[in-house]
Design a binder for this molecule. Structure first.
Ligand code: ADP
Length: 576
């Protein structure tokens, strides 16, 4: 130590200290380096974990575009080994149809050094393709050179399928709309063509504005349209004024004498028909209630006040459009008028024929009572001139005269009633009583012809519904015919039977039978024909009148030959 001077010791110490300090700082640097290495490893591992955890493919390339990193997600999806990305041909996994677009995009991005996005189908491990979206962006140096490309690929198959389905739906929808529009246009064109060329006249009216007024009414709670417009004519006026004629077809213009359709269309609807207000009110009522159509007859007013009777139909073809069509009734009504005139002419001639027939029948019916009166008058004169005068006989004759006179009056009255108004006095009638009355009426004739008349009837016979005078005429005719048929019989054999009985189903039957020769087979069908007679001086009208009278009362009259000879005339009448 003695050998060391103070300065030498100082240098030695300083050098040692220096060496120690250098050694220490080297140690610290080495420690730091180690720590940095550890941190780097950590962060690489973290990055690798991150790359693994991200649910998308991450890739990176060098400046030339050669892939140098692809995360495990790629091999998980495609089944490919990407440990060394440089050795993998990635184009193998792209759908051949999408490859050109992918390559073009990639080339363009590299040329322009711009980020890119491309969609393509990626083949998966199961051989199926799924739509993917790949993005990439370059990392540039300060001088603008590409150092690396970084990118990611995500699965967009579901989204793509949804978008594709939506696109497909849109296409279908659009097609449908086009088809529908086309159909609509076609049917509109067809409707227009029909509208134009039809021989039936059409008129199209817009009732939109009126409909709005009507809807307003409804919202106020009005349900009785008619009642409301009757009470508020000014409202009806507003609605009618709101109806606009949009178009009329050629046929309607022709029908109403217009050369120019527009001129007719411009005419206010309320001037179009004689009862236009009524027709328009009907139209508005239909719109109010939502009825699909209304119809009726009206007289349209055309050019130069031309009147055309038509049958119209108004149809609601949309919410706001009504189309009316018209059928010209001019010809039909002219024919109808002619028919009515012909009918009234016929009625007139029928009337004349009826009067003829009635006068004939009157002459026939009056014949018998007048003859009876004449006989009675003769008898009366004889009774009066007898010595002493037979007052009792005279009285009887006078009473018969009175009855026959009344009968004449009745016949005349009834004939007049028939002529004037076809009047009959139908009521419940006691048949037997009437038969006895008839017998006494014919007393003189019966006595003169030596004929007996017997009336038989079942007990409790109900009255019939008939006109008394008419039914008596029937009985008189049948009894007189019977008497006439028996003229050739010895007087004691001449007898007539009148039988009345119920025949069920609400009818009474009366049979007038005689003992005469009956009716020849060939005449049976002709008896009731007018003017059929086998008698000299006969008129052949009595049976026809009888049948009409009975049938008018709802009964029937027929003739037959009796089982024991003679003729039988049977008629039925409804119970009153
Ligand atoms: P008219 O008595 O004027 O001939 P009717 O119409 O009463 O007219 O009778 C038509 C015909 O019916 C008679 O001409 C006669 O031939 C026949 N006839 C009617 N009643 C009888 C009767 N009771 N018996 C036979 N024939 C009869």
């Amino acid at each position: 130590m003695d050998g060391l001077s103070g300065g030498g010791l100082f240098v030695l110490v300083t050098t040692w200290l220096l060496a120690a300090a250098v050694g220490l700082s080297l140690l610290a640097a080495r420690r730091k380096l180690h720590a940095t290495r550890l941190a780097l490893t950590d962060s690489r591992q973290e990055l690798e974990q991150l790359l693994l955890a991200v649910p998308k493919i991450i890739w990176r390339t060098g400046p030339t575009g050669l892939p140098d990193l692809v995360n495990k997600r790629f091999s998980a999806l495609t089944g490919a080994n990407v440990d060394d990305p440089r050795a993998v041909d990635f184009t193998r996994f792209v759908h051949p149809e999408d490859l050109p677009a992918v390559q073009a995009t990639w080339a363009q991005a590299r040329a322009t050094r711009q980020p890119f996005l491309v969609r393509f189908r990626l083949r998966h491990a199961d051989g199926n393709y799924r739509w993917m979206s790949s993005t990439g962006r370059p990392s540039l140096s300060d001088s603008g050179e590409v150092r690396r490309w970084y990118g990611g690929i995500i699965d967009i198959d579901c989204e793509y399928a949804a978008v594709e389905a939506l696109r497909q739906l849109n296409v279908t929808l659009q097609q449908r709309v086009e088809e529908r529009s086309h159909d609509l246009a076609r049917s509109e064109a067809r409707y227009r063509r029909l509208f134009e060329v039809s021989n039936i006249s059409f008129c199209e009216q817009d009732i939109g504005e009126a409909k709005a007024l009507l809807d307003g009414l409804k919202s106020k709670g009005v349900t009785d349209f008619r009642g409301y417009v009757t009470a508020h004519p000014e409202f009806l006026d507003r609605c009618v004024n709101a109806v606009r004629t949009i178009e009329v077809n050629e046929a309607l213009a022709r029908l109403l004498g217009y050369g120019d359709r527009a001129e007719l269309a411009a005419k206010p609807p309320r001037q179009n028909a004689e009862n236009a207000m009524q027709v328009l009110t009907n139209q508005l009522e239909a719109a109010f209630h939502g009825w699909s159509n209304i119809e009726g007859r009206t007289i349209l007013i055309g050019k130069d006040d031309r009147r055309v009777p038509v049958f119209y139909t108004v149809r609601l073809i949309s919410e706001t459009i009504q189309v009316s069509s018209h059928i010209d009734l001019t010809e039909r009504e002219r024919i109808e008028a002619q028919r009515m005139a012909a009918q009234s002419e016929r009625a007139q001639s029928n009337r004349i024929a009826t009067v003829d027939a009635l006068s004939t029948s009157l002459a026939h019916e009056l014949n018998q009572p007048i003859a009876a009166i004449m006989t009675d008058v003769g008898t009366g004169v004889r009774w009066l001139q007898a010595d002493p005068p037979n007052t009792e006989g005279l009285l009887r004759v006078l009473r018969r005269l009175e009855v026959n006179g009344q009968r004449l009056a009745d016949i005349v009255q009834r004939t007049r009633d028939q002529l004037v108004k076809g009047k009959r006095d139908i009521g419940p009638l006691d048949l037997i009583k009437l038969a006895f009355e008839t017998q006494s009426l014919l007393e003189g004739d019966l006595a003169a012809r030596g004929t007996t008349m017997t009336i038989t009837c079942a007990p409790g016979l109900q009255p019939v519904a008939a006109d008394r005078v008419e039914l008596q005429q029937v009985l008189v005719n049948l009894v007189l015919n019977g008497m006439e048929a028996m003229v050739d019989l010895p007087r004691g054999d001449r007898s007539i039977t009148v039988t009345a009985q119920s025949v069920g189903e609400g009818f009474i039957q009366v049979a007038v039978a005689d003992k005469g020769p009956g009716i020849a087979e060939e005449n049976l069908a002709k008896l009731f024909q007018p003017f059929f007679t086998t008698k000299p001086g006969g008129m052949g009208i009595g049976l026809q009148i009888c049948r009409s009278a009975i049938e008018a009362l709802g009964g029937t009259l027929r003739a037959r030959n009796g089982e024991h000879g003679g003729a039988v005339f049977e008629f039925t009448l409804p119970v009153a």
